[in-house]
Design a protein around this ligand. Structure first.
Ligand SMILES: C[S@@+](CC[C@H](N)C(=O)[O-])C[C@H]1O[C@@H](n2cnc3c(N)ncnc32)[C@H](O)[C@@H]1O
Length: 328
């Protein structure tokens, strides 16, 4: 429904009649081969996809694609859980690989063609594969401590015949030592750090089903793995690694970081995502810009606590969004 006295521009957007008289319209409608072609000062008609705004500095999406992405709740059923493609059988050596198709959507929102993405906690390469799946593929550099994960990424990437990205086997604390990183300015940092010592706890539910066992699976037994630290030390180390990585992010570039909460306990509500936000905004150039709640619909519900007490089935993760904003 368009409010009385307002003019419809395109689905969901209106402008008051007085504004419409004085402002140059975003686009005007012209008949073309029976289809209404929309052209304007800034708009390029991309047909079914909608209108691309030439002033768009962030990505190559149309207005409606952009707005769709800003929904704070995001429900998907991507592999690895829903399907077995994207090399999941090889990436499965990692206890929590991200679906590359999900990452592709994030990369497409926060970058344009030929831009660069950095992932300091790259695992088996969800970010790198996601960057290669974009059309056209973006460029990505990942750092990962564990050599087996690095090799798994390389194998999957070659099997899928995707654009080869740079995967460095190293401690993210040494980010400034790597030529492939220090000689470049990145457009996006997209990363999925360990969730404190969450993985050191026994698995249940979906994890047990996917991996066939319920023993705890740390990412690594390496002392340098920030997933082996207690919460306080984890938050400090995360802040210091992210601060180092931010040196190589352009001004007004985004940091997108995955996070998950723990089950509440008597001594803490365990809202890790809240702790991560509060810790990272201590970095002077970093502004918190909001989050998306990602619900992986392919995950099953399990009867934790039934029939005695409420125990949450945590099927969501947080995608926290920050922006580097240098003072001018
Ligand atoms: C949640 S996983 C990332 C999963 C990744 N998104 C994927 O799709 O495979 C976090 C990774 O950070 C790595 N890691 C932990 N501490 C690190 C450090 N100091 N330097 C580099 N990598 C580290 C772990 O080995 C683990 O693979």
């Amino acid at each position: 429904m368009v409010a009385r006295g307002r003019q419809r521009l395109w689905k969901g957007f209106t402008m008051s009649k007085s504004d419409a008289k004085t402002k140059v319209p975003y686009w005007r409608e012209l008949e073309s081969n029976g289809r209404k072609k929309r052209e304007g000062k800034y708009g390029i008609d991309l047909g079914e996809r909608g209108i691309y705004d030439k002033r768009n500095k962030l990505n190559e999406l149309t207005g409606k694609e952009w707005i769709y992405f800003t929904n704070s709740v995001w429900i998907t059923a991507f592999p690895p859980v829903a399907g077995k493609d994207s090399g999941f059988d090889l990436r499965k050596i990692h206890p929590s690989p991200k679906p590359p198709e999900l990452i592709k959507e994030i990369v497409c929102f926060f970058t344009k063609s030929n831009q660069w993405i950095l992932d300091p906690f790259a695992g088996v390469g969800g970010t790198l594969i996601g960057a290669s799946l974009c059309e056209p593929a973006r460029n990505a550099v990942g750092i990962e401590l564990n050599k087996d994960y690095v090799n798994a990424y390389k194998k999957v990437n070659s099997n899928l015949k995707l654009k080869k990205q740079e995967m460095i086997c190293s401690d993210a604390r040494n980010i400034s030592r790597h030529k492939k990183i220090k000689e470049r300015i990145f457009d996006l940092i997209l990363t999925d750090p360990p969730y404190s010592d969450m993985m050191a706890r026994n698995k249940n539910g979906q994890k047990k089903k996917l991996y066939g066992k319920n023993d705890a699976s740390k990412f690594t037994f390496d002392d340098r793995d920030i997933g082996n630290l207690n919460r306080k030390d984890f938050l400090e180390e995360l802040k210091s690694i992210i601060s180092l990585a931010l040196k190589y992010l352009k001004d007004k570039g985004y940091l997108v970081i995955f996070c998950k909460d723990f089950q509440p306990t008597d001594d803490s509500p365990n809202l890790l995502h809240n702790d991560v936000i509060n810790k990272l905004i201590e970095i002077p150039c970093l502004r918190y810009r909001g989050l998306r709640i990602w619900h992986d619909q392919a995950m099953d519900l399990y009867p934790f606590g039934y029939p005695y007490a409420f125990v949450m089935n945590q099927l969501h993760q947080y995608i926290l969004i920050f922006r580097k904003e240098l003072l001018t």
